[in-house]
Ligand binder design. Structure first.
Ligand code: ADP
Length: 708
C-alpha cells in the first residue's frame, strides 16, 4: 500500500478519536458539535479511501466521494461558529455548498461520477472553504482597520486567527495535491499527516478555549508521543512473549491493557511536568517574579503600600493597559476604587467611549457573587470576558446566557475585562480589575497563566486581612482610652451641675417674675444634662461580676411597686400591671437587672404619654415566664405596652447609643440595658406593631428549681 493509503488510516482513526474526545466534554456545545461533525466526515472520507485501497472496485470509492462532498458545508459551518462571524455572504456561501452537496450526492447516487467533469466537481467542492477563509481574512483586515464592528467578540484574538487561516489553507492545498494524480507523483503525499496535525491543533484550541502557542502545543505532542511510546513497549514486551500459545495471548493482552490503564495517568503527569519545565523558560521567569512579589508582601505593613505592590505585580506579569484596585469600605456596603495603575492610568474610561468607569460597586454585585460561586465550586474565581463569552455559547438555558452576558457588561462598566478577587476564607476583601487585551506576549494567546498567578492575589488578601485585624485592634485600644477620658470628663461635668442647680433654685424659680422662666429652663436643662451624664457613666461602667441567685418574680414585683409609687412616673391613666408567676430563679446582679426593668418600664410610660390619639387606657404589663424545654429552658421578663409601637425604620437603631426619638430622652437606656443583659449571657428581643403594642423581652439563662 502507498503512503496515501496508510496515512488515510491514521487520519481516519485520529480524526474520529479527536471528534469523540471533544464531544465527550460537552455534547450540547454548538462548536464542539460542529467540530465532531467535521472530524467524523473526515474519518469517513479517509477510511473509505483506505478501504478502497484494500478492496479496490467496491463501492468504497463512491463513499469516499460522498464524504468529500459534505466536507464543504460542514467545514464552513464549523469555521463560522469558531470565528463567530455572522455575515450574510458567508451564510450564502454555506447555503450554496449545502445545495451543491445535495445535488452532487444525487448525481453520485445515479452514478454520474463516471463523467469526468462531475468527478472533478465533486473533488473540488471543499474548495469553498478556501473562499470562506479568504473572505474571513478580508473581514478581519477591515476589523483591524476599525472599518467594521463585530456583533460579538471573536473566540480567539484577532492576531492569532491568522494561524487558523494559514493552517487551513496549507492543509487544504496539500490535501488537494495528494488527490490530483499528476501532482501526487511530484510532491510526496503528506496532506493527510498535515490534516491530522491541524485537527489536533484545532481540537486543543477549541477545548482550551484559546489558541495554544507553539511551545504549549509542542509540549502536548511530546507528552502524547512519550506516553504512546512507553505504552507500546509495555504492550510489545508482553505480547512478544506468547510463543504461539493463543491462551497466553489473551492473558498477556489482558495484563498489558491492565498495566497500560494503571500507568496512563501517572505517566502523563510525569512527562507533562518535565516537558513543561524544558519547554517553558517563561514559566520559570514568571515563577521567579511571583516568588519575589510574594516575599515583598511579607514586608508590607500599611494598606497603601499593599495596593501599590499588587498593582506593580499585576503590571509586571499581565502588562495591562489599565488597572485598578477596589477595596471593601469600612461599613461593608460597597467596594470603592482606591488605586489606578497600568500602562496608561489616566485611561479610566470605558473601552471605546468617553464614559468614565465605575468607581464604586455594591457588595452583592453579581460579579462578586459569581466569583464566590466559582470559589465554592472549587474553580478558579477569576473572571475573564473571553471565558464568560465562551460560557455563553456553551450554555443551553436563556436565563444563564443572560446572566453571563450581564457579567460581561459588568466587567465593561468597571473599564476592564479581567477581575481577580482578593479572597480570604471565602470573603472578598477587594479585587483587582484590569484591561488586558491579550495575555502577555511570551504567553501567546495562553490564559493558562491565570491559575499560576492567582495564589499571589490570595496571599495579598491574607496580608490585607491581617492588616485589618491590626488596625481594628489599634482602633479598639484608641476607643478604650477615649472612653476612660470621657468618663473622667463626665465626672468633671457632673460636679459643677449641683452648684448651678443650687444657685438657680436659690433665686426662687417659682416666683412670678419674668426672669424666673429662665431659671426654670436652667433647672430643667441641668436635670437633663445630669441624666445624660449619669447614664453615660453607667454605660461606661465595667460589667458586674458578683452574680447572686435571685427570684425574678420578687425583683419584678418590687420594681413595679416602686414605679407605681414614684410621684412623677405614676401618670394618671396609665396602669402598670404585674402578672405573677411561680418562682423563677436566675443568676444575676440584682441592682443591674432592676435598672434594666426600670429603663424598660420608663420607656413604656414615655411612649404611652407621648401617644395622644389613644382611645383605651394606657396599660403596661410586666410578665414573667419560663420558655423552652429541658436544658434549653430560659427565663423571660416581658414589658409590654399598648402604646404607639416602634417605626420599622427605627427598629435596627434602638440599641445604638444616643439613638432617641424623645426630646427628653438620652438614647442610652436601651444600649445600657443590652450591655447589662449581654453580661448576664442573655439577650433582649423586641416585638412591636405600629399603633398597637410594643413588647421588650429580656431573656436570661434559667436556673432550675427543686420543684422542676
Ligand atoms: P430614650 O428612652 O432615652 O430615648 P432608649 O435607648 O431607652 O433611649 O430608647 C431609644 C428609643 O427607642 C426611644 O427614643 C424610642 O423611640 C424607642 N422606644 C423604646 N421603648 C419604646 C416603647 N416601649 N415604645 C415605643 N418606642 C420605644
Amino acid at each position: 500500500m502507498d503512503i496515501l493509503g496508510q496515512s488515510s488510516l491514521i487520519l481516519g482513526l485520529t480524526s474520529f478519536a479527536l471528534g469523540f474526545s471533544v464531544l465527550a466534554r460537552n455534547v450540547k456545545n454548538k462548536l464542539f458539535l460542529s467540530f465532531a461533525l467535521v472530524t467524523t466526515l473526515i474519518a469517513g472520507w479517509s477510511l473509505a479511501y483506505f478501504l478502497e485501497k484494500i478492496w479496490p472496485g467496491g463501492s468504497f470509492y463512491r463513499w469516499h466521494l460522498f464524504f468529500n462532498l459534505w466536507l464543504g458545508p460542514s467545514g464552513l459551518a464549523f469555521v463560522r461558529i469558531l470565528v463567530r462571524i455572522r455575515d450574510p455572504l458567508s451564510r450564502r456561501l454555506l447555503d450554496l455548498t449545502i445545495f451543491a452537496a445535495m445535488s452532487l450526492s444525487v448525481a453520485l447516487l445515479l452514478h454520474f461520477d463516471s463523467l469526468p467533469w462531475v468527478l472533478q466537481l465533486i473533488y473540488f467542492a471543499p474548495g469553498a472553504i478556501v473562499f470562506q477563509i479568504f473572505h474571513l481574512m478580508w473581514i478581519d483586515r477591515r476589523l483591524r482597520a476599525g472599518l467594521k464592528r463585530l456583533p460579538k467578540l471573536p473566540t480567539v484574538g484577532l492576531s492569532r486567527r491568522s494561524w487558523i487561516y494559514l493552517g487551513g489553507l496549507l492543509v487544504l492545498s496539500v490535501s488537494v495535491m495528494d488527490h490530483v494524480p499528476e501532482l501526487g507523483r511530484i510532491i510526496p503525499s503528506f496532506g493527510n499527516i498535515a490534516l491530522t496535525a491541524y485537527l489536533f491543533f484545532l481540537s486543543q484550541a477549541i477545548t482550551e478555549q484559546r489558541l495554544l502557542n507553539f511551545g504549549a502545543l509542542l509540549s502536548r505532542f511530546v507528552v502524547l508521543l512519550a506516553v504512546a511510546f512507553t505504552l507500546t513497549i509495555v504492550y510489545s514486551v508482553l505480547v512478544a512473549w506468547i510463543e504461539n500459545s493463543p491462551g497466553l495471548f489473551f492473558l498477556n493482552s489482558f495484563i498489558a491493557s491492565f498495566l497500560i490503564l494503571m500507568l496512563l495517568e501517572p505517566l502523563r503527569t510525569v512527562v507533562r511536568y518535565f516537558t513543561h519545565r524544558l519547554l517553558s523558560k517563561e514559566h520559570r521567569r514568571l515563577e521567579q517574579t511571583l516568588q519575589e512579589s510574594l516575599r515583598a508582601l511579607t514586608g508590607i505593613v500599611d494598606p497603601g503600600s499593599l495596593f501599590q505592590s499588587i498593582l506593580l505585580t499585576s503590571e509586571q506579569i499581565l502588562q495591562p493597559e489599565w488597572a485598578a484596585i477596589f477595596i471593601l469600605r469600612r461599613d461593608g456596603t460597597k467596594y470603592r476604587r482606591v488605586r489606578l495603575g497600568g500602562r496608561d492610568p489616566q485611561a479610566d474610561t470605558l473601552p471605546g467611549s468617553t464614559i468614565p468607569a465605575l468607581k464604586e460597586i455594591l457588595v452583592d454585585h453579581p460579579l462578586l457573587r459569581y466569583c464566590e460561586s466559582l470559589k465554592q465550586r472549587g474553580e478558579l474565581p477569576v473572571l475573564l470576558d473571553q471565558v464568560l463569552e465562551n460560557e455563553i455559547d456553551r450554555s443551553t438555558s436563556r436565563l444563564q446566557r443572560d446572566s453571563l452576558a450581564a457579567l460581561v457588561q459588568g466587567l465593561k462598566a468597571l473599564g476592564s475585562n479581567l477581575l481577580i478577587p482578593l479572597l480570604d476564607g471565602g470573603r472578598i476583601l477587594g479585587f483587582a480589575v484590569m484591561r488586558v487585551n491579550a495575555p502577555p506576549e511570551p504567553w501567546g494567546s495562553n490564559w493558562g497563566l491565570l491559575p499560576i498567578i492567582y495564589p499571589y492575589y490570595e496571599q495579598a488578601a491574607q496580608t490585607l486581612r491581617s492588616m485589618e485585624v491590626y488596625v481594628r485592634q489599634r482602633e479598639k485600644e484608641r476607643l478604650a482610652t477615649l472612653g476612660e477620658m470621657a468618663a473622667g470628663l463626665a465626672h468633671e461635668i457632673r460636679n459643677p451641675l449641683g452648684a448651678i442647680k443650687g444657685a438657680a433654685q436659690f433665686l426662687d424659680p417659682a416666683s412670678e417674675r419674668p426672669e424666673s422662666r429662665f431659671l426654670r429652663v436652667i433647672i430643667e436643662e441641668v436635670d437633663r444634662l445630669n441624666r445624660v451624664v449619669t447614664q453615660f457613666l453607667d454605660y461606661s461602667k465595667p460589667p458586674a461580676t458578683d452574680f447572686k441567685t435571685i427570684d425574678l418574680s420578687i425583683l419584678a414585683q418590687k420594681t413595679v411597686e416602686m414605679m407605681r409609687a414614684h410621684p412623677t412616673k405614676a401618670t394618671p391613666g396609665i396602669l402598670i400591671e404585674f402578672v405573677d408567676f411561680k418562682r423563677v430563679l436566675v443568676a444575676a446582679a440584682p441592682e443591674q437587672l432592676q435598672q434594666v426593668l426600670i429603663n424598660l418600664i420608663q420607656n413604656a410610660i414615655r411612649a404611652l404619654e407621648g401617644c395622644t390619639e389613644r382611645t383605651e387606657p394606657g396599660m403596661i404589663r410586666v410578665n414573667i415566664d419560663v420558655e423552652g424545654l429541658g436544658a434549653n429552658q430560659e427565663a423571660v421578663i416581658a414589658v409590654e405596652d399598648n402604646g404607639p409601637g416602634i417605626k420599622r425604620e427605627h427598629l435596627d437603631k434602638l440599641f445604638i447609643p444616643f439613638f432617641t426619638t424623645s426630646p427628653s430622652g438620652t438614647g442610652l437606656g436601651l444600649s445600657i440595658s443590652q450591655k447589662i443583659i449581654e453580661s448576664h449571657k442573655g439577650r433582649i428581643e423586641v416585638a412591636t406593631e405600629e399603633g398597637r403594642f410594643t413588647r421588650f423581652s429580656v431573656i436570661l439563662p434559667y436556673l432550675p428549681t427543686l420543684e422542676d
